[in-house]
Design a protein around this ligand. Structure first.
Ligand SMILES: [Zn+2]
Length: 251
């Protein structure tokens, strides 16, 4: 399947903001994680990607200090449901049917999709985890995005991740319809988190994302991580300066 057809397919699938971002960028310019189409050049590839270089609120970041604050807990209402897993040429992404959401500060964000990065995009005190999963949510009314990032470390078996890993579509453009599974199995035991205002970590790097990064990692089997890195050994954007932003931390 040609890249452009693939991206049209994405829009048809759910029209999510991140996918739409990918679609716009891919229609204008192909991008990658290294070389002349790599992160240092994303802004040069397409005018629509200007924020990738001139933006002051870019993601990911290295979390080195945070202010303890009365941030609202995240209420997660993810239903057991079937998704469609796609190899989109940048990551493995699972597009989710309607019906799952999170609520924070009284605002509801619908779950659109989740996808993986290796190594983790966010860092803690300069250290990356082997992987990070991003659960992308969108508020219906204003289009604001809320992304929950969860670090993944290798340790014990994780049934859902193993199931996904065994079914990762190997070729760009390939997709797999999944049986119903519980995305909540990806949540750590406690949902203490860091939060800051940032951007998409892929072109066009739009600064429309409230980031929530869980402080506790989850663990999966090392062999499952390898199944991902065999496909995508490095699909993490390097960290960007915090600039004048604050990182808040739930108590
Ligand atoms: Zn991501």
């Amino acid at each position: 399947m040609k890249r452009r057809d693939l991206m049209r397919g994405f829009i048809a699938l759910g029209g999510c903001a991140v996918c739409a971002g990918l679609a716009r960028a891919s229609e204008g310019a192909h991008w990658e994680y290294k070389g002349e189409h790599g992160p240092d050049h994303w802004a040069d590839l397409d005018k629509a990607n200007a924020a990738c270089s001139v933006g002051g609120q870019q993601s990911p970041i290295n979390i080195t200090s945070a202010i303890k604050a009365e941030v609202d807990p995240i209420t997660v209402s993810w239903k057991k449901s079937a998704g469609k897993m796609v190899n989109n040429g940048h990551t493995i992404q699972v597009n989710m049917p309607e019906g799952s959401s999170i609520t924070r500060d009284g605002k509801v964000y619908d779950l659109l999709q989740f996808h993986f990065h290796a190594p983790s995009e966010h860092q803690v005190d300069g250290k990356a985890y082997p992987m990070e999963v991003h659960f992308v949510h969108k508020n219906k009314k204003d289009g604001d995005l809320a992304v929950l990032g969860i670090f993944i470390a290798p340790e014990q078996k994780h049934d859902v991740f193993s199931m996904l890993a065994k079914n990762f579509p190997q070729k760009e453009g390939a997709e797999v319809q999944l049986d119903a599974f519980s995305a909540s199995d990806f949540l750590p035991k406690g949902l203490e988190y860091w939060t800051y205002e940032g951007s998409l970590t892929t072109p066009p790097c739009s600064e429309v994302v409230t980031w929530m990064v869980a402080r506790q990692p989850i663990s999966v089997e090392a062999v499952s991580i390898q199944a991902f890195t065999n496909l995508y050994p490095n699909n993490a954007r390097p960290v960007l300066p915090l600039n004048r932003r604050l990182v808040l931390m739930s108590k």
